[in-house]
Write a protein that binds this ligand. Sequence first.
Ligand SMILES: N[C@@H](CCC(=O)N[C@@H](CS)C(=O)NCC(=O)O)C(=O)O
Length: 212
Amino acid sequence: MTIIFYDCKTAPSPRRTRILLAEKNVPHKTVEINLMTNEQMGDDFRKINPDCTVPALQLEDGKVLKDNASIATYLEEVYPEPPLLGITPYEKAVIASWQSKIDHEFGMAVASALRNANPAMKDRALPGKHNYKQIPDLSTRGLKQIDNFFITLENHLLEKKFIATEKFSIADISAACALDFARVVKKKAVKEIHPNIIRWRSNLSKRKSFNI
Ligand SMILES: N[C@@H](CCC(=O)N[C@@H](CS)C(=O)NCC(=O)O)C(=O)O
């Protein structure tokens, strides 16, 4: 059995897995899950991922990995080239630290800003199988967190080509996916204010994995 990647082309989380699979050249089949029609909540997909979220990765033996964290850990072990989670203990620690920071201060801020304000996401303030009411203040807070993360990232990228180490890593994938998706809440890097973010992001665009 081949690896099956459950994707949604328009969503930022599965895009992280899509880029990882491409960077590591992992043979797989893709199944598109339509989040617009709530296919993730249907019986068929629940059998794959009871959490009702994408990405999910079904392995050759039928086991399913249900989130980006487990997928990245698994792929790095089984497809170690190129290493994207670090090689030395220090690199691994720094990359893990950035991953956590990007998820909590950036990715979740974008999701929170969108999901707590968009009328189409009424009662869907969090992804997954449970319904949660929107809290408009969390959208406002998310927007503020995004502004602050832009400042953090801009300062951090001064004289740096990549986020965590000297080499491209999973932290660059996570941050770029959150940055690109921030357009849905009208946030983007501006040349005059964020030249380092723009330079870093333009450099990533040269990679084939960012253009699929
Ligand atoms: N922790 C998960 C989060 C995945 C996630 O939030 N996925 C969103 C798409 S970006 C989703 O499946 N949403 C389904 C929904 O909104 O019901 C991961 O990073 O893998």
